[in-house]
Design a binder for this molecule. Sequence first.
Ligand code: CU
Length: 489
Amino acid sequence: MKSIFKNHNVLCLLFIGLLFASINACKGTEKENVSPEKIPTSTKIKGTINAELTSAPNVPEPVGNRTAKRILLSMEVLEETSEMMNGVSYTYWTFGGDVPGKFIRTRVGDEVEFTLKNHPNNKLPHNIDLHAVTGPGGGATSSFVAPGHEVKFSFKTLNPGLYIYHCATAPVGMHIANGMYGLILVEPAGGLPPVDREYYIVQGDFYTKGDYGAKGIQPFDMQKAIDEDADYVVFNGKVGALTGDNALTANVGETVRLFVGNGGPNLVSSFHVIGEIFDKVHVEGGNLINEDVQTTLIPAGGAAIVEFKVDVPGTFILVDHSIFRAFNKGAIGMLKVSGDENKKIYSGKIQEGIYQPEGGVIQAIPQKEQATTKVIQKTLSERIASGKQKYMETCFACHQSEGQGVANVFPPLAKSDFLNADKKRAIRTIINGLSGEITVNGNVYNSVMPSQALSDEEVSEILTYVYSTWGNNKTVVSPSDVKAVRNEH
Ligand SMILES: [Cu+2]
């Protein structure tokens, strides 16, 4: 029953419960009163425009001289499986279909009316915390949205700079680890100085059951994420997003500006372009400009704007200079510069891919046996194994890996008297969602579980798995059991 989400108070309560800790951590201190020069009179709103949103590595048109405006912006959350590297796929949670999410370009004083849509095929609720927002949760407290719903909130851009945005729905780390981040730029009045090329790059670390390169669809690994033991460290969501045919390009003599963010969730980036020196770095994405920088530190949940002129042709390699991440975990990009050589600046041989012999992107790939999916009748243990995998993709985010739940927020499925008492009710809970007060093992929960968009077979396998483990009563649920419950009304 989707109607449960109409009750805004329930949602807010749920939300506050979920995010209490993380939100406070994100926006620790109150901002000082904004100094008058940060919001000059020229920021009086004149007119309304639709936001131009772009996918990485592209960025929207510069704001230039335009006045502050009302900006209508709509972003859609999509949970989608796509390639992490050749032969390896991953279920990403995204703002707009890609990792990173769409680039948002504003100027100081704009009023952004933000609509966040959660696609009905998605399995989880999401929200957005934009670090450019002055307000509770950076917008997260107003944007929690269940699948098949949309929410609207608005904010005024007070501080120029380059900011990360990310999902802040519990478990926050997992939403970020699955790719829910992007950049929002707030240009100063009059815009940033013009350059010839601008690109959009966000680094992120990923945690998968199989090691780097292990084939097949790789589920998220919570324990590795907690241990900060990344399998992949990549630019723009996957290995090779900025290499080969996907390389960034420029011509000799041009100025290049890179908007670089770090979604994390865990690792700090030592961003470096091999063979270039950054003429200017907007340190941490703010107004402080450093010059002549070799490597700039980009914290998780932070950003930097780097600018340089390309003087000689060649392939310049973008790396996280924590260098094993570059050559062994994917953190490599390329900027291909064409044009005439300038022997005075660089006399030696300039070769493409000069660093590749030391270990190209693909190194010894661990060979792992992959379970092949049977099309024919599965045995009970195969159904349980498949249910476990789906549990880890769908239910795990809330009910946790051992079904232990989260105190006061998500009830346990392990040894759950509520679950074990009634098979039909358990099926109903998954296909219709559940809200209102329930008692599980003597503890009261009053929260909202969103309905899960799963097939009869998937529901039956997940429940059979859950019943088979953690001290539950081994009830077997068949697809026809699920079908019968669906046909109840
Ligand atoms: Cu999310």
